[in-house]
Design a binder for this molecule. Structure first.
Ligand SMILES: O=C(O)c1cc(=O)[nH]c(=O)n1[C@@H]1O[C@H](COP(=O)(O)O)[C@@H](O)[C@H]1O
Length: 291
């Protein structure tokens, strides 16, 4: 069976007016608030409840792997069941595992998280590019053949990342700007006519991109760059400001919210997800389906 490219699957979500990425971050404090134990079963219950609430409403869910990894094998077994629920519900799944290594090792990470039939199969994976974006090459063919995607950290929402990400390379670009350029170049090389690319970036919504040397004013043309944008909700960014924050880089924007959705407890989670999704769609959606 041929699987549609990840960018096409993302584009279909946007066309349906879905731009919310619902985070699954079972912090100990949130599990307590939900009346759940801080264990694998508690994390699984929260994850599956978020999936049920997000189905048909959000574009994707983003389980943050660390909160499951805390419980070792039991945590991974719980995560596998959350991932299976999400796939069955038709949600795209971004595994937030922030992986990165030499190319041959990265390929094994891609096999774990992005290959069909793998117990941890997801639709996309967050990537830490400190070992160089070229490490993705070894996994590229498999990732694309399986219709999967990648989100490379470019400018992240945490203040301590700034010195690294604003560092200027020998070619005069900041590290953050080079990540954006490299992701765009990979998408053009793979399929210049695709509406949305398969390699995306992570850009924190709490930032001024100009501070990172990233130009928001981009000519249309070429695949839209998938942008995973955390920082809305708990970290303070406002969805109404998304156009101002991302400019021409916000054409394929996924707005992530985790704690702002989870901190209301299990009661009313479906309503909260619907409200956030509607607000995000109202701020981002346009007649092309893109942001
Ligand atoms: O890659 C990420 O998802 C990420 C990148 C970034 O720059 N900032 C950031 O907060 N995140 C993740 O996004 C989520 C944000 O959660 P909330 O602040 O609760 O909405 C967490 O899972 C973080 O690990």
């Amino acid at each position: 069976m041929t699987v549609a490219p990840f960018g096409d699957r993302l584009a279909a979500q946007f066309a349906a007016g879905r731009h919310l990425c619902a985070g699954i971050d079972p912090h100990a404090g949130l599990l307590d608030l939900w009346g759940l134990h801080d264990d694998a079963a508690g994390a699984e219950r929260m994850g599956r409840d978020v999936v049920a609430a997000a189905a048909g409403v959000a574009a994707c869910v983003k389980p943050q792997i660390s909160f499951f990894e805390r419980f070792g094998a039991a945590g991974f077994a719980a995560l596998e069941r959350v991932l299976a629920d999400a796939r069955a519900a038709g949600l795209l799944v971004i595994a937030d595992a922030k992986r990165g290594d030499i190319g041959s090792t990265f390929a094994a990470y891609a096999e774990a998280w992005l290959s069909p039939g793998s117990p941890l199969e997801s639709d996309a994976l967050t990537v830490s590019p400190y070992m160089g974006v070229g490490m993705l090459d070894d996994a590229d063919t498999a990732v694309r053949e399986h219709g999967k995607g990648l989100f490379v950290l470019a400018a992240t929402s945490n203040a301590e990342a700034r010195p690294v990400q604003t560092a200027v390379r020998a070619d005069g670009r900041t590290v953050a700007a080079a990540m954006v350029d490299e992701a765009e170049a990979r998408n053009r090389a793979a399929d210049a006519r695709a509406a949305v690319g398969t390699t995306g970036v992570v850009l924190g919504a709490t930032l001024r991109l100009a501070d990172f040397g990233i130009d928001r004013h981009r000519a249309e043309g070429g695949p839209a760059l998938p942008v995973l944008a955390p920082g809305f909700g708990h970290q303070g960014a406002q969805i109404e400001d998304a156009r101002e924050i991302f400019g021409g880089l916000g054409r394929a924007l996924l707005a992530n919210e985790s704690r702002s959705i989870l901190s209301g407890g299990p009661g009313g989670i479906a309503t909260r997800v619907e409200e956030r999704a509607a607000k995000i769609a109202a701020a981002l959606h346009n007649e092309k389906g893109l942001a």
